[in-house]
Design a protein around this ligand. Structure first.
Ligand code: FAD
Length: 465
């Protein structure tokens, strides 16, 4: 008998670890509510995860098996479960963050001590950290070269879900509720989880949006991205299955055509995810430290009022506020907006990226250590392949270019619904009377962008090596 420990792979299909576990022996599927992991979790993600677990449990139950659920420290729980179900091997899908690796090393030791074999399997990525390196064997710090090698490599095909007879006849306990796990209801509307939902999203994306992705992905009102991020984070869909779908979509296009290059652009985002996974693997300390070293420490601003306004979407910069309110309402933010709001926090408010990262970690349903940290450090000019410090996003031009009719802004900032796009994009220059007439309840800008831009550049120049 084998035990498969589900972690960030809350699915049965295209699950490399589960496929391995069920190849020769019946498998007992298990999930452990790890108290240490829950300490770092937040309501939207726990809600999404519980929904995903519910779907997974139903999948097993429909086949006469069940998901065994336990709570506690996996170092103690897994040897106990192995003993209880007579499993002599425990399998799991590898996780690449520093904390996960430390935990897994401890679990390995505990299983060794209990005389239970274990096998960690590559599952969450198409190419794992260490596979794509520079010619000297070092991890990449620039995406372009990594991305090129990533796209040239052969990819594994999806794994089949285990057959019914490969599943052990077990009965699991009920799943805990959010409240029982110690979490409040999320403030946001958390999207539904589960493999069926992930497949629906993928299918509808591949039908149409993928072919306009390259042209329209930066326009938030279009909403033409896949929305797969939380599913990829929790593994409700396998990465090989997603990639295979994109390869099929590409094969239906003329090589070199706009449609072909649009699907390729989407594939390249999947490569970014793996780029950041290898950055995190090679530099686990980036979670709290700048990736790029500066000669003098950057002297970030302490601005409680600004930080509060940023979190509340009350900065008086319409595009920034729309992004921050989308985060609160949906536990999700469009990628262009993540870049804009991150730039605003770090380059207009001059607040440390770690404050923003913490807020995203609390609010995002798709928070992924590698991607979130990579995104923040990119925007703050402290990361790999970073935005140069002297390139500061201008929130007005960003709004004008990517949301010309202010459609996205109006969706999330109701105070501006009756205002015209022109005044919205020029809010900082409007007179008090114009503001009063257009949107009396919307705040005036909390900072002067041009002045802050200069200050940001000076701040980086002081710290620069
Ligand atoms: P799509 O455009 O459909 O892309 C498909 C998938 O590719 C995504 O689901 C994601 O897995 C991956 N991807 C896309 N863009 C990126 C990127 N720039 N970097 C790495 N992977 C990418 N992504 C997260 O998954 N979790 C995070 O916590 C996260 N935090 C971010 C924070 C900041 C400050 C920034 C600038 C970006 C962050 N991203 C994060 C990357 C990106 O914004 C999201 O992956 C994307 O918006 C999710 O929407 P989607 O699934 O519709 O993306």
């Amino acid at each position: 008998m084998r035990l498969h420990w589900h972690r960030r792979d809350l699915r049965a299909a295209d699950n490399a670890g589960l496929a391995r576990a069920s190849a020769d022996d019946p498998v007992v599927p298990a999930f452990v509510f790890d108290t240490a992991v829950l300490d770092h979790a937040a309501p939207p993600r726990v809600a999404f995860m519980l929904d995903a677990l519910d779907g997974l449990r139903s999948w097993y139950r429909d086949r006469g098996s069940d998901l065994v659920v336990a709570r506690g420290d996996p170092r103690e729980v897994l040897p106990e479960l192995a003993a209880e179900y007579g499993a002599d091997v425990v399998t799991w899908g590898k996780d690449y963050s520093g904390l996960a690796r430390e935990r897994d090393a401890d679990v390995r030791q505990a299983l060794d001590a209990a005389d239970v074999a274990r096998e960690a399997v590559q599952d969450a990525v198409l190419h794992e950290p260490g596979e794509i390196t520079t010619n000297d064997g070092d991890p990449y710090s620039v995406f372009t070269y990594f991305g090129r090698k990533w796209s040239e490599r052969e990819k594994d095909a999806p794994y089949d879900a285990p057959e019914r007879e490969a599943l052990a006849d077990v009965e699991g306990d009920a799943l805990p509720t959010l409240d029982e796990l110690g979490f409040d209801e999320p403030e946001a509307d958390v999207p539904p989880a589960g493999t069926d939902r992930a497949r629906d999203l993928l299918d509808s994306f591949l039908e149409d949006d993928v072919y306009r992705y390259e042209e329209r992905r930066d326009y938030p009102a279009d909403d033409c991205t896949s929305r797969l991020s939380a599913h990829l984070k929790f593994g409700t869909i396998g990465i090989r299955e997603v990639y295979e779908g994109t390869a099929e979509a590409r094969s239906a296009t003329e090589p070199g055509s706009d449609r072909d290059s649009s699907v390729e652009e989407f594939q390249s985002q999947l490569a970014w995810r793996e780029f950041y996974a290898q950055v995190l693997f090679a530099n686990p300390n980036v979670v709290t430290e700048n990736y790029k070293e500066y000669e003098t420490e950057i002297r970030w601003n302490t601005d409680e009022r600004g930080l509060r306004a940023w979190k509340d979407g009350e900065t008086g910069y319409p595009i920034v506020d729309a992004g921050m309110r989308q985060l609160r309402e949906e536990a999700f933010v469009h990628n262009r907006l993540r870049m804009i709001v991150a730039s605003f926090l770090t380059k207009d408010l001059l607040v440390d990226w770690r404050e923003g990262y913490d807020w995203f970690r609390e609010k995002l349903v798709d928070h992924d250590t590698g991607n979130d940290n990579g995104g923040w450090q990119w925007a703050a000019s402290t990361g790999t392949d970073a935005q140069p410090y002297f390139r500061v996003f201008n929130p007005m031009t960003q709004g004008e270019r990517y949301d010309p009719d202010a459609e996205y802004i109006k969706r999330y900032v109701p105070e501006l619904r009756d205002a015209g796009a022109e005044i919205i994009h020029n809010w900082h220059e409007a007179s008090p009377t114009q503001r009063e007439n257009a949107a009396p309840d919307y705040p005036e800008p909390i900072v002067d962008h041009s002045q802050r831009r200069e200050e940001a550049i000076e701040m980086f120049e002081r710290a620069r090596d």
